[in-house]
Design a protein around this ligand. Structure first.
Ligand SMILES: C[S@@+](CC[C@H](N)C(=O)[O-])C[C@H]1O[C@@H](n2cnc3c(N)ncnc32)[C@H](O)[C@@H]1O
Length: 194
């Protein structure tokens, strides 16, 4: 990642810490853990929530059967611009993850194989958390999976626990599929399957 993209990330954090949720992009080790073992077939849609400057996007692209299978949702227009430059072959929509079902339906993609998520649930307002969980509930079919990460140090903080509890009610139990120490800060990778 170019230094100006790291600076863009820090600037976004200073401007809107709750929405950005981190001072720096995730590491390549966390990115690999987020997509490990996905085994995607052509035509299987993969959605990314909150790609930021693309820390996971390259790993997702490498796991795709075809670039057209990817749809990203990012609310920060500056990041959407960065993503367009870094990954011109991928479609990124400048809108909230909560609006994903409507966009995907309009694109004729009513079945999603995987949602890879970088949203900072621990620092998003509870209403946004709930809207995104609603969207996930609508997008996930039998065979779909959802992956996100939570920082180790914040795993038992109320917003992180609240998110897992709501997901348990709506989607089911999660599995901690990896612990990534080479990330700032270290993170758990969580997976929900339907
Ligand atoms: C913690 S950063 C993660 C960025 C990247 N995935 C990574 O791991 O480095 C969270 C990203 O989610 C975006 N975001 C926050 N709320 C969002 C929402 N409701 N819909 C889509 N993106 C959102 C932020 O703009 C930011 O780019």
């Amino acid at each position: 990642m170019a230094p100006h993209e790291t600076i863009a990330f820090l600037r976004a954090f200073l401007k809107n810490p709750g929405r950005t949720g981190a001072i720096a992009p995730s590491s390549a080790v966390l990115a690999r853990a987020m997509v490990r073992g996905l085994h995607l077939a052509p035509g299987e849609t993969v959605v990314e929530f909150g790609p930021g400057t693309g820390a996971f996007t390259g790993a997702i692209r490498d796991a795709l059967a075809a670039p057209g299978d990817y749809v990203g949702f990012e609310v920060n227009p500056e990041f959407v611009h960065v993503l367009g430059r870094r990954f011109p072959e991928l479609k990124v929509i400048d809108d909230s993850a909560a609006q994903a079902p409507a966009h995907l339906a309009a694109m004729g993609r009513d079945s999603v194989r995987a949602v890879i998520c970088g949203l900072p649930f621990a620092s998003l307002p509870p209403g946004v958390q709930d809207d995104v969980i609603d969207a996930l509930d609508r997008l996930m079919r039998p065979g779909s999976e959802f992956r996100t990460f939570q920082y180790v140090h914040a795993y038992w903080l109320p917003p992180a626990v609240r998110f897992r509890r709501r997901m348990l009610q709506r989607v089911g139990p999660c599995v901690r599929i990896a612990t990534v120490w080479p990330n700032l800060p270290p993170a758990f990778v969580l997976q929900w399957k339907r």
